[in-house]
Design a protein around this ligand. Structure first.
Ligand SMILES: NC(=O)c1ccc[n+]([C@@H]2O[C@H](COP(=O)([O-])OP(=O)(O)OC[C@H]3O[C@@H](n4cnc5c(N)ncnc54)[C@H](O)[C@@H]3O)[C@@H](O)[C@H]2O)c1
Ligand SMILES: [Zn+2]
Length: 357
């Protein structure tokens, strides 16, 4: 097991990463304020991993109940949040009761927001079971549900007490979901850490094959990078936006093709390829570096190609992104591999040139 700490003063918390940690979760939770937890999960994840968690909790005499919500992004909504609150009230959950989010990013965001709001906030533990959740969504404290008018618009910053990333839980993840998570690992290297990027170039096939030490390295390094950025800018007033590299294009792809057609990570992969090409034109990134990003995306078995839309269609979908400032699209671009910057005032011709490539 490897552990790193997200240093946020009183709200600091450990992230434990390793194969088989679910079996040890009882001991990893021994510092909780009361020996009572409620697990929030869905039937897909429960089928594979709930029994292991329950056995580990029972072994340490931790009283636990389970709330199961329907699987899928469609259920990361107000209605399901309300159902979770209702179950918590019916179970008599108290202010000291800990919520455990067992699942992917959808469960993490939903259960996280439930924990932030139930009785003005109860302790939260993230047990992420997708690669995307282990490398990205379980770290940093963003919780939310979707609104019919937009994704993730209703939520709170709420840090967990502990994150337990059992890399062995990824063995049951469908291939498409798994490789989509690799896009966020590539992103971490591209915006912040040349060493991680070069490690991916040397080890991509091992990571795709889910070799345990490769998975652990990718998870730990992504969490370390995200934690560093979050510590510097918890509420995303500056540097945290670097984590949105590729995401302005990606959100356009996800929305423009209908949510769920492209997985988030798939859209991020193609979006990073476009953003790196734009970086060559507008931020001085060497063309060879942009090619290295596209090559890495392909080796992760992700598509480097985006939908063949006209520039006006792209602009239309990108302008709906909530991160647009004053009508001026701002892009996270790369000055070099491992060094990101934010640029506005991109000329339409530059964007059109990138989209034609
Ligand atoms: N809070 C943040 O900072 C942040 C960051 C990125 C993404 N997100 C959010 O994360 C969500 C996407 O998360 P995701 O990609 O993990 O999707 P997800 O939670 O929908 O999981 C994908 C699918 O895999 C299933 N699954 C999960 N673990 C499994 C396992 N071990 N074995 C088999 N199946 C398993 C799930 O039930 C689901 O069907 C989005 O809602 C997004 O907005 C949040
Ligand atoms: Zn993302």
């Amino acid at each position: 097991m490897r552990t790193l700490t997200v240093a946020l003063g009183e709200r600091s918390y450990p992230i434990h990463v390793g194969a088989g940690l679910l079996q040890r979760s009882g001991e990893l939770l021994s510092l909780l304020p009361s020996p009572r937890v409620v697990v929030v999960t869905n039937p897909t994840v429960a089928k594979h991993h709930l029994e292991t968690l329950r056995n580990a909790l029972s072994a340490k005499a931790i009283r636990h109940d389970v709330i199961t919500v329907a699987d899928g992004e469609d259920h990361k909504d107000w209605q399901t949040l309300y159902e979770v609150h209702t179950h918590l009230l019916e179970l008599g959950a108290e202010r000291s009761t800990t919520l455990i989010a067992l699942g992917g990013g959808v469960i993490g965001d939903l259960a996280g927001f439930a924990a932030a709001t139930y009785q003005r906030g109860v302790p939260l533990v993230q047990v992420p079971t997708t690669l995307l959740a282990q490398v990205d969504s379980s770290v940093g404290g963003k919780t939310a549900v979707n609104h019919p008018l937009g994704k993730n618009l209703i939520g709170a910053f709420y840090q967990p007490r502990v994150v337990i990333s059992d890399t062995a839980t990824l063995d049951t993840l469908p291939e498409r979901e798994y490789v989509a998570g690799i896009a966020e690992v590539i992103k971490c290297g591209a915006v912040r850490d040349l060493a991680l990027f070069e490690w991916l170039e040397a080890n991509m096939e091992r990571l795709v094959a889910r070799e345990p030490d490769a998975v652990t390295h990718a998870v730990i390094e992504s969490c370390r990078i995200k934690a560093e950025i979050v510590i510097a800018d918890e509420r995303e007033s500056g540097e945290r936006a670097h984590l949105n590299f590729g995401h302005t294009f990606a959100h356009a792809v996800e929305a423009g093709t209908g949510y769920g057609t492209w997985l988030h990570g798939e859209a991020v992969a193609a979006g990073m390829v476009l953003a790196s090409r734009l970086s060559v034109l507008a931020a001085g990134l060497p063309a060879s570096a942009a090619e290295r990003i596209a090559a890495l995306v392909r080796r992760a078995r992700l598509s480097a190609d985006s939908p063949p839309w006209a520039p006006t269609t792209w602009l239309e979908w990108m302008a709906r992104d909530k991160k647009v400032n004053c009508g001026d699209l701002r892009f996270v671009l790369l000055e070099a591999l491992g060094r990101a910057t934010i640029r506005g005032g991109i000329a339409t011709e530059q964007l059109a040139a990138v989209l034609r490539l």
